[in-house]
Design a protein around this ligand. Structure first.
Ligand code: MSP
Length: 659
């Protein structure tokens, strides 16, 4: 009989050399589901990849003086390495620069044009480049992008439009008729009330002001809007509209598109409308989980915690990192990530609860029975309760994993682990071992422990790629049929007479204090600075002079290290209307572009600044100057009425740290 299929996707990520633990969150969650479904016998297709077109990428590449293709090739390799390191079992990795994807998008676009779902008109509106989103004037909040709060640009161009409005009623009906379509339910209400019911406008689906995109085949100069390009990856990866569309016919519609909440809008409105227009079935579910944040705010912005997944995996081991991601925050809600919380969880749940249970059990089997349990022994008190708790766990875990409730599923497994640990305290094997007449009872206790651990080791497989095998080795299990998923539903599978192998602790304890000190060295001694405030230079200088410069006014090296100084390259500079001292600058800081307003207009002409490498205080709280957001401050020397920008002595990559 052919297996049931299961198709799961992550968003395709923008190429960035700074993928942080937040990005890994979705990928680890999707991998957990993929592993779980495979264990349950499904034929799984798990897709991830990269979203490589768009104005944002073109600008970054231009600023670096390389082609967009060179830029993305370089970065995508690093992303693929990261997924290998994290043992992500994606079946396909799609790049939107793949020729098959490009051809599919071109064919889709042409089909929609030929059937009248795409038409040509004039676009006039607002565009947020960082989000690659179009907005109408009324959607802007204080004139800024309603999603990210950054500047938008007025765009006027001849464009193609997709008749999104035509699909509004069908979309509303589909969402109302299929309560599982958008999950969690709160996001469904948000889509209906904030976007669909107020009314959809047709969507601008081509651009002419830049060329890093998929060319529209029938109109030179137009490239396909990056979100239409990106969303199509979910079917182009399966060969949709290609000469071999067997994978498409096998796996589509997707069982679940997984992502964080900020892009649910694109997936639950634009994507289904495109599919309706193409006459294709809709995905079964769009699941928008919450954000992983740092204490001080967004992960990409904050300092003071190590958020590089590769560093964390190398330090603490893959399974510890993956466990923490899936355990700490209920899937769907926002949560705070911190190194301290992670180390605490590793110590309590992994080293203490699970790790100790395995080591103690194996050590006792060695000590009392020379390394193998000789029989199932004599039943006694506590056995039935232990067995009923352990036996009830697989069904609970399945029910929770089917609903993507990773944290609750792990909580169930760990409740069972606590029950098993309690069984040791209740039965007191060390007391039983004193009397020869208790030997058969001691056998039963050891058997029940080994069997309970075997069942736990099966259930943690979707979450942990490495630990189950380590446990099997310690329990002496080589025959993998003893640890198939369904074997967890049967009590008594652990064979009599297997020789256990005492090994190293599967999760060594971490010294929290020492480790936090080490991590702090890695982040340059930074702590998240929630209260940093932006004081204009002159005021700051005045404040300084208010106090005599006594010993108490000296700062320590740690104080200095709180200031995040970075090399920044000036990309654009312009005068600020109505403020003769201010210039608005666009700065390249590594892969990021920052906007800074600086009081240097009397000393520098905008065109003279382009290309200069300046010094940016990168962790200042943003402020508004003349209504324009300034995301940091550049340094300058000033005396009397003169002012000189601080620059660096030779060319260094923007984003380099200054200490
Ligand atoms: N390229 C688009 C997606 C196109 S899908 C057709 C995009 N890319 S992205 O690189 O910005 O990645 C967005 C996704 O990364 C989020 O939806 C989420 O899945 C994941 N996350 C990035 N930062 C995250 C957190 N801090 N917390 C949780 N998820 C995070 O948008």
């Amino acid at each position: 009989m052919p297996k049931n299929t299961f198709y799961i996707t992550t968003p395709i990520y923008y190429p960035s050399d700074k993928l942080h633990i937040g990005h890994s969150y979705t990928t680890v969650a999707a991998d957990t589901v993929a592993r779980y479904k495979r264990l349950r016998g499904y034929d799984v297709m798990f897709l991830t990849g990269t979203d490589e077109h768009g104005q944002k990428i073109q600008r970054i590449a231009e600023a670096k003086g390389i082609t967009p293709q060179q830029y993305v090739d370089n970065i995508v390799e690093g992303i693929q390495e990261l997924w290998k390191l994290m043992k992500i079992t994606n079946d396909r990795f799609i790049r939107t620069t793949d020729s098959q994807h490009v051809e599919t998008v071109q064919k889709m676009f042409k089909k929609l044009y030929d059937q009248g779902d795409i038409y040509k008109s004039q676009y006039e509106g607002w565009y947020c480049t960082p989000c690659e989103s179009f907005w109408t004037k009324t959607q802007l909040v204080d004139g800024k992008c309603p999603d990210c709060g950054r500047e938008v640009e007025l765009t006027k161009e001849e464009s193609y439009f997709f008749r999104l409005s035509k699909y509004q009623d069908r979309l509303i009906k589909h969402i109302e008729d299929n309560p599982d379509f958008i999950q969690p339910a709160s996001r469904q209400n948000e889509m209906l009330n904030n976007f669909l019911r107020p009314g959809l406008e047709d969507l601008c689906v081509s651009r002419t002001t830049f060329n890093w995109g998929i060319p529209v085949t029938f109109d030179e100069g137009h490239v396909v809007y990056v979100w239409v390009d990106a969303l199509s990856n979910y079917i182009s990866a399966l060969g949709y509209m290609s000469s071999d569309d067997s994978a498409y016919r096998k796996y589509w519609p997707a069982d679940v598109h997984l992502m964080a909440k900020e892009i649910v809008r694109f997936h639950s409105i634009i994507w289904p409308a495109l599919l309706m227009a193409l006459g294709e079935p809709l995905p079964k579910q769009i699941f928008g989980h919450g954000w992983l944040l740092l204490e001080g705010g967004k992960m990409s912005k904050s300092k003071g915690n190590v958020v590089d997944p590769a560093v964390l995996v190398r330090k603490y081991g893959l399974d510890a990192v993956r466990y923490f991601l899936m355990r700490e925050v209920p899937f769907g809600s926002d949560g705070i990530f911190s190194n301290e919380a992670m180390i605490n969880r590793i110590n309590s749940d992994l080293a203490n609860d699970l790790g100790n249970l395995v080591s103690r059990t194996v050590a006792m089997i060695e000590k009392y029975f020379n390394g193998s349990v000789p029989g199932k022994g004599e039943p006694g008190s506590f056995d039935n309760d232990l067995k009923s708790v352990v036996a009830a766990t697989p069904a609970k875990v399945e029910e929770l994993l089917d609903r993507l409730q990773f944290s609750s599923a792990l909580a169930e497994i760990w409740k069972t682990i606590s029950r098993i640990n309690k069984y040791i305290d209740e039965t007191m094997p060390w007391v039983l071992a004193k009397e020869e007449e208790n030997n058969r009872r001691l056998q039963a206790v050891m058997y029940n422990l080994a069997e309970s651990i075997r069942i736990v080791s099966v259930l943690i497989q979707p979450f942990m790629p490495e630990t189950p095998e380590k446990i099997w080795h310690q329990l002496g299990i080589e025959d993998l049929s003893l640890v198939s998923w369904d074997s967890a539903k049967n009590w008594g599978v652990y064979p009599i007479g297997l020789r256990v192998n005492r090994g190293e602790a599967i999760f060594p304890r971490i010294d929290l204090k020492k480790e936090l000190e080490e991590l702090s060295k890695l982040t340059g001694g930074m702590q998240p600075s929630a209260n940093s405030s932006h004081v204009p230079e002159t005021q700051a200088a005045e404040k300084q002079q208010e106090k005599p410069q006594g010993e108490e006014d000296l700062i320590s090296i740690e104080d200095f290290a709180k200031v995040d100084l970075r090399v920044a390259k000036v990309l654009e500079a312009e005068k600020v209307e109505g403020a003769d001292k201010l210039l608005k600058l666009k700065l390249e800081v590594g892969a990021e572009v920052r906007q800074v307003v600086s009081g240097i207009a009397k000393h520098y002409a905008p065109q003279d600044l382009i290309g200069k490498h300046v010094i940016l205080v990168a962790n200042l709280k943003p402020v508004k100057l003349k209504g324009i957001e300034s995301q940091g401050m550049i340094l300058a020397a000033s005396a009397d009425r003169d002012l000189a920008l601080a620059t660096i002595d030779k060319n260094m990559d923007s984003g380099s740290k200054i200490r």
